[in-house]
Design a protein around this ligand. Structure first.
Ligand code: FES
Length: 106
């Protein structure tokens, strides 16, 4: 599915992330800076923090308890639309999703 990664300075990349792959992994594969993914995707590091576009929030599954707890540790401001991109697994419903990258991950 096509995912847009938009950095805090306004630059953006649109890449194809295979269904079943996390949006953190999709960023890694395409060398998108702004997502670190230090723990490899196990919801343990909070360096894959992203902000969902408000228009997209309803078509992404809600965070589980582990993700919600880890979101307390993000480096940039935590907002209601904050998510860990390693916990967002690409599905057909996410086609065209826009992720806003925080200004820092550590
Ligand atoms: Fe570590 Fe997502 S990659 S919490």
């Amino acid at each position: 599915v096509q995912i847009t990664y938009r950095s805090s300075d306004g630059a953006q990349r649109v890449v194809d992330v295979p269904i079943g792959t996390s949006l953190m992994q999709g960023a890694m594969t395409h060398g998108i800076s702004g997502i670190v993914g230090e723990c490899g995707g196990s919801a343990m590091c909070a360096t894959c923090h992203v902000y969902l576009d408000p228009a997209d929030q309803a078509r992404v599954p809600a965070p589980n308890a582990v993700e919600l707890e880890m979101l307390d540790s993000v480096a940039d401001e935590r907002k209601p639309n904050s998510r860990l991109s390693c916990q967002l697994i690409a599905s057909p419903e996410m086609e065209g999703l826009v992720l806003h990258l925080p200004s820092r991950q550590v």
